[in-house]
Design a protein around this ligand. Structure first.
Ligand SMILES: [Zn+2]
Length: 228
């Protein structure tokens, strides 16, 4: 059971620590909805930038991030955003362990979780994540489900924000009677996609629909998964 006596938690997860996270945080804070931001501390710099469909995308510099993400969770996304399953075990360990240590130092808080870069992983990556003290990690395959898996290091999300079923899934989560075991609505994406696709209304509409309910715990990922 969650702290407010409910069995339903809602959490968001956004990757890569880009400039558009500022606008996303502003919206989330307005609705008292909480998220986990997955960061690549090895390349968390404004020099890391690219373009998508003519839209500039840029990682944020580290200074200012603790204030920006206050009230939310930060989690590992690896040092440099590689395909982890293609690396040797020592390098995977370096990518995860050093990112975790960097984030703990920068944010002055224990770091419990991760999102796999590109959403890809295998059992060896899971084992290394576990050995690094990570308690959960997320892929990118939509389940359209609110169930928690046996292994939280192989977690797959409810859906991406572009999923055409987003509001329908959210409504069925709101309508669900109090379950006997914890159920989690887990939304993920990249905040830059709202700029690229010119669809910030999606997250506003979603927040407006799900906010302000007594029977929902607005959680970070770690809180939704009960690892803190
Ligand atoms: Zn990423």
């Amino acid at each position: 059971m969650y702290p407010n006596g409910t069995m339903k938690a809602l959490t968001l997860s956004y990757d890569d620590g880009v400039e558009q996270d500022k606008r996303l945080v502003e919206i989330l804070n307005k609705y008292h909805i909480r998220a986990t931001f997955n960061l690549n501390s090895g390349i968390q710099t404004g020099a890391s930038k690219w373009e998508s469909h003519g839209c500039p995308i840029r990682r944020m510099n580290i200074a200012g991030l603790p204030a920006l993400f206050a009230g939310h969770e930060v989690a590992v996304h690896s040092l440099t955003h590689p395909h982890l399953q293609e690396l040797d075990a020592d390098t995977v360990r370096n990518e995860l362990e050093q990112d975790k240590l960097n984030l703990e130092r920068i944010f002055q808080t224990p770091v419990h979780g991760m999102a796999y870069p590109y959403g890809t992983f295998n059992q060896s990556v899971i084992d290394i994540a576990k050995a690094c003290g990570l308690r959960y990690s997320r892929g990118v395959l939509s389940t359209h489900s609110f169930d928690l898996p046996a292994d939280l290091l192989a977690y797959q999300p409810t859906c991406h924000h572009k999923d055409p079923l987003l509001l329908q899934l959210a409504q069925s989560f709101l309508d669900m009677e109090q379950p006997a075991t914890p159920q989690v609505f887990y939304l993920w994406g990249h905040s830059y996609e709202f700029d690229v696709d010119d669809n910030w209304h999606i997250i506003e509409d979603f927040c407006k629909l799900v906010a302000g309910r007594d029977d929902i715990f607005y959680a970070s990922n770690a809180e939704a998964f009960g690892v803190v």
